[in-house]
Write a protein that binds this ligand. Sequence first.
Ligand code: ADP
Ligand code: MG
Length: 370
Amino acid sequence: MAEIRLEQLAHSYHSAPSEPADYALRRMEHVWEQGGAYALLGPSGCGKSTLLNIISGLLTPSEGRVLYDGKSVNDLTPQQRNIAQVFQFPVVYDTMTVFQNLAFPLRNQGHSRERIDLRVREVAEALEIEPLLNRKAQNLTADEKQKVSMGRGLVRDDVAAILFDEPLTVIDPQLKWRLRRKLKEIHQRFNVTMVYVTHDQLEASTFADKIAVMYQGQIVQFGTPRELFENPQHTFVGYFIGSPGMNFLDISLGTSGVEFEGRALAVADTIVTQLRQVKAERLQIGIRPEFVQLVTPENAILHGHVDLIQDQGTFKIVDVCLDTPSARVIKVRIGEEQVVPEGRVGLSFPAAWQRFYVDDRLVEGTHENL
Ligand code: ADP
Ligand code: MG
């Protein structure tokens, strides 16, 4: 088990990168602490696999270093780094039995027969594949093969870390949920550093204690699911986490304070003063659909009409189309039993849940009024 540190790490697949867009990973510093359960979450193409493959040693970074417990492993192979990696598609030996597949990584290391037997059964039990132990891998379903593949990653308890790259892609949705819970249990039991790559926020938050959100080759925030929800450090986190994501409006600073398309928003004076001091290309206010309030028109500064109501079972999502020139839609998430007013509605953004972004980054100190 190890702490994994990324130092001034960057990677480009181009031979002569010249601009930020040429980098699959932009320069970053990051630490995965020993024994943590982490998720690396982001959309397709943001650099998740590139980062994972650099950690495991399948890929050599073009810049910077990877340190395990303070020692550079840049020149070590994946075997020498002693790391287990589970991929999107199963990697199993078809002609071997499930037992032999699981035992393989341990046999390679010369463990005793008793030790191998014990450990294989322990992992098989955790993944609920004990009844398959004597079956040939070639006769398994895709789900079962992937479980065996995961088992091969989990079977050694002396690894520096276990890395999962979207391991549940081929798994049937119902089983997915169970396996996620299993992985979490296994983490608690074996206490090994795990990094779990996914593009699914639900998958990330059920597995991980802390989530690194990636966007365009950068880790834009590293935090607990709650931190990502309450205080997105970057507009992308606001947009990507939550369902639906955070509402953002482009704002400006006028004589009356914070304005949106000519309407003065109710924002605390201290925040207005602070915003006046920052130099920005783009200033935005963000508020989660959960926190927007539907109020009577006389009590509101922003108005609109209800455009769409989606009933999600335990809650409703209401699209309110603003009556400002841009006719922007604000999403409001309300309780199942809450009645949606008809006709013109007012919107209110409670001060505690207003967040301000300068060039997509959260303005420090504007969210401490909770
Ligand atoms: P993710 O796993 O988040 O989907 P990847 O790490 O696979 O993202 O890819 C990040 C970026 O690097 C993408 O733009 C992708 O096209 C590019 N890329 C990935 N692998 C290679 C490669 N072997 N050669 C060139 N470009 C690559
Ligand atoms: Mg990938």
